[in-house]
Design a protein around this ligand. Structure first.
Ligand code: NAD
Length: 253
């Protein structure tokens, strides 16, 4: 395994891969030697442009964008089956798709709760279920679930999101114990505040306040998260499982 290609020959499936953290994971996984199928939800053109760019940059590698709606079991099942069909082998699942619907709990309406739960937590079931047995039968692979500092510590205005991401961490730990004997690792990555469309919605004065809580006084980049995800996806992390690892610049220490 060349030092710069720790994912050489690995087949990866990434949800929410057209932008933000997911797109950074897709980019880095390709650069580290993987073939990647990634899901997009709303931004088809952006997804196709990313895939075209990466196929041109990495001739011979596969980079395939597919429509995915992870909040719905039937849709997620179709995505999973199609994704497997595009890969010669399947080794890594990155459950990255997620949404926020921030509001104080007293003001929260059922749709906000439901959107957050279905996209962030139900997707652990809908996407992982159809993709689990191929990894178990192969007796090797990695599942990486994108959680959040919000799920570890609780953030006001994010009761639903904190609950969903805490659920992602519980799911990760339990599944890691269920399938560890089959050589499949399951870990959660918990980003703090990362510069993506998700945090672009934070008003500037609140963003400045949040930065003041971070030791380095800056939000992280999607690449900061992608490096950990790709490490966990590689054989170098084969003895790491059931963990929730924060990438937050020390937001809470
Ligand atoms: P983003 O909004 O740029 O990306 C979210 C991705 O999820 C998009 O590709 C979007 O299309 C996809 N998605 C949303 N709903 C979907 C659905 N129903 N079906 C399929 N795909 C769907 O934000 P991001 O910051 O890149 O978020 C990526 C992950 O990181 C999410 O799970 C998010 O909760 C988590 N996270 C982000 C931050 C941050 O500060 N940006 C912090 C902690 C956790």
């Amino acid at each position: 395994m060349p030092d710069d290609l720790p994912l050489a020959g690995r087949g990866c499936i990434v949800t929410g891969g057209s932008r933000g953290i997911g797109a950074a994971v897709v980019r880095l996984a390709l650069a580290q030697g993987a073939d990647v199928v990634f899901g997009y939800h709303s931004a088809e053109e952006r997804a196709r442009a990313l895939a075209d760019e990466l196929r041109a940059a990495h001739p011979g590698r596969r980079c395939v964008p597919l429509y995915a709606q992870v909040a719905d079991a039937a849709e997620a099942g179709r995505f999973a089956a199609a994704a497997l069909g595009h890969l010669d082998r399947f080794d890594v699942l990155v459950n990255n798709a997620g949404v926020t619907r921030d509001t104080l709990f007293a003001r929260m309406v059922p749709e906000q709760w439901h959107d957050v739960m279905s996209t962030n937590l139900d997707s652990m079931y809908t996407v992982t279920k159809p993709l689990l047995m191929p990894l178990v039968k192969q007796r090797g692979g990695a599942i990486i679930n994108i959680a959040s500092s919000s799920g570890l510590h609780g953030i006001p205005g994010q009761t639903a999101y904190s609950a969903a991401k805490a659920g992602v961490i519980g799911f990760t730990k339990a599944l890691a114990k269920e399938i560890g004997s089959r050589g499949v690792t399951v870990n959660a990555v918990a980003p703090g505040l990362i510069e993506t469309d998700m945090t672009a919605a934070i008003p500037p004065d609140k963003a400045e306040f949040l930065k003041s809580l971070i030791p380095g006084h800056a939000f992280g980049s999607p690449e900061d998260v992608a490096h950990l995800v790709c490490f966990l996806a590689s054989d170098r992390a084969r003895y790491i499982t059931g963990q929730a690892i924060e990438v937050s610049g020390g937001l809470v220490v």
